[in-house]
Design a protein around this ligand. Structure first.
Ligand code: SF4
Length: 246
């Protein structure tokens, strides 16, 4: 096991104690990375396709794929009318181009046939549970993708869990070590106050990218170290780490 994959069992704390801890973490993260205020950047259908393109690749690659797709086909109706091959060519930089192109096309076929203008803006008038059910019918659209559409495009307080959110939350003792992304989504959803979800989500990701990296986290300079049960463990010399977990 590598130094950074050290196993530990954070004390299980009650929901009542988790909520104030999350508020404190959110405050500290905002001090470091700045507050994040929600604003819609893209419409729900664009967000859905953008999130599909982000699966199993880096942010920069998926963004390039999304931009290429929009440049090559300025409307979703044009993507709907294009061949899978041409869509795959446009999104090649995002990886898994054939699979993603097929999924995007399937989604657009259903949406463009059912709704005028290939548009999902009407979802903003639906309750969250109904939007979840609607989006879940499409192949390749899982919990995280649905959460991204709900949070980023529709402003609903729903917590997407990506690799950074999962890792940092576990190290901070907010999640059990064995939690997968799906369980983590439900556990965090139950304890992160609705008004903090957007900022907490974005700042946790930023923290995971810049400080609490998968390998070699910068624990010494971390603003969360006093709240982090992994701090003494990750800093301890290898031969003392077992003691630190007790
Ligand atoms: S102290 Fe280390 S493990 Fe804990 S949040 Fe900070 S960087 Fe991550």
């Amino acid at each position: 096991m590598s130094r950074y994959e050290v196993k530990f069992s954070p004390r299980v704390i009650s929901r009542q104690r988790k909520v104030p801890k999350i508020r404190r973490i959110a405050d500290l993260l905002e001090e470091v990375y700045g507050p994040k205020r929600w604003e819609r950047k893209v419409d729900p259908l664009s967000q859905l396709i953008k999130t599909i393109l982000s699966q199993n690749t880096t942010d920069s690659n998926s963004l390039r794929a999304f931009q290429n797709l929009r440049e090559r086909f300025p409307t979703w109706l044009q993507v709907h009318n294009a061949s899978v091959q041409d869509v795959a060519k446009a999104i090649r930089s995002g990886g898994l181009a054939q699979i993603k192109a097929r999924r995007i096309k399937e989604i657009l076929v259903q949406i463009c046939h059912q709704y005028a203008d290939c548009d999902l803006s009407f979802l903003s008038g639906w309750p969250t549970w109904r939007i979840r059910d609607f989006l879940a019918q499409f192949t390749g659209v899982g919990e995280k993708t649905i959460a991204c559409v709900l949070l980023f495009s529709l402003g609903r307080p729903v917590m997407p869990v990506d690799t950074h959110v999962l890792r940092v939350s576990k190290r901070l003792g907010l999640l059990p070590q064995e939690a997968n992304a799906s369980r983590a989504h439900h556990l965090l959803q139950a304890v992160v106050p609705a008004n903090l979800v957007y900022s907490f989500h974005l700042n946790l990701i930023q923290h995971g990218r810049t400080t609490c990296k998968a390998r070699n986290p910068s624990c010494k300079g971390c603003s969360l170290r006093r709240l982090c049960p992994a701090y003494p463990i990750l800093l301890a010399p290898h031969d003392q780490r077992e003691d630190a977990t007790r």
